[in-house]
Write a protein that binds this ligand. Structure first.
Ligand SMILES: O=c1ccn([C@H]2C[C@H](O)[C@@H](COP(=O)(O)OP(=O)(O)OP(=O)(O)O)O2)c(=O)[nH]1
Ligand SMILES: [Mg+2]
Length: 150
């Protein structure tokens, strides 16, 4: 049984009648969230839009919710989440929106109720920064950006 947290969800007026975010299968990692559009949205190639989901939520302290693309939409249409993974902060009380971008060659139509992204709650680890004079030596050192070869 996977671990579980409870998230309070408020359904906004334009979200009424739509499915709440839901897991498509017992083993799904993400809950699919739907578009709370009142009319069809046509995304031309290269266009992006913050698509409403019709819900707001209160995520427990020390958690976030990540907004991730759906692979089917990405593979079939080139439709993805522009800021993936989107970060929903635990103190955010506004409407959850999904910033969709059409990276494909054709226009894509988004309809009300369409499953547009998946939501994955995740534990948050916060950092406390320590100012130091120098850092310890490592094998990698300052090498990066392909320094280990192809
Ligand atoms: O895909 C997303 C990403 C963010 N948000 C909302 C919830 C999040 O808590 C807030 C701020 O997001 P983020 O910190 O990524 O954006 P920012 O550009 O840093 O804005 P801010 O200055 O408001 O933090 O916007 C969404 O609805 N969808
Ligand atoms: Mg921010």
């Amino acid at each position: 049984m996977p671990s579980e947290i409870a998230i309070a969800v408020q359904i906004l007026p334009h979200g009424s009648g739509l499915d709440l975010p839901a897991y498509a299968t017992p083993g799904a990692a993400g809950m699919d969230a739907v578009a709370a559009l009142t009319e069809d949205l046509i995304l031309a190639p290269g266009d992006r839009f913050a698509v409403p989901t019709g819900i707001a939520m209160a995520i427990p302290d020390n958690y976030e919710v990540q907004v991730r693309p759906r692979s089917g939409l990405a593979f079939k249409h080139g439709l993805t989440v522009a800021n993936a993974p989107g970060t929903i902060d635990s103190d955010y009380r506004g409407e959850l929106k999904v910033i969709l971008i059409n990276l494909g060659p054709d226009p894509v139509t988004i309809t009300r109720g369409m499953r547009i992204a998946q939501l994955v709650p995740a534990a948050v680890t916060r950092a406390r920064l320590l100012i130091v004079e120098s850092l310890d030596d490592t094998t990698r050192g300052a090498g990066g950006f392909g320094s280990t070869g192809a």
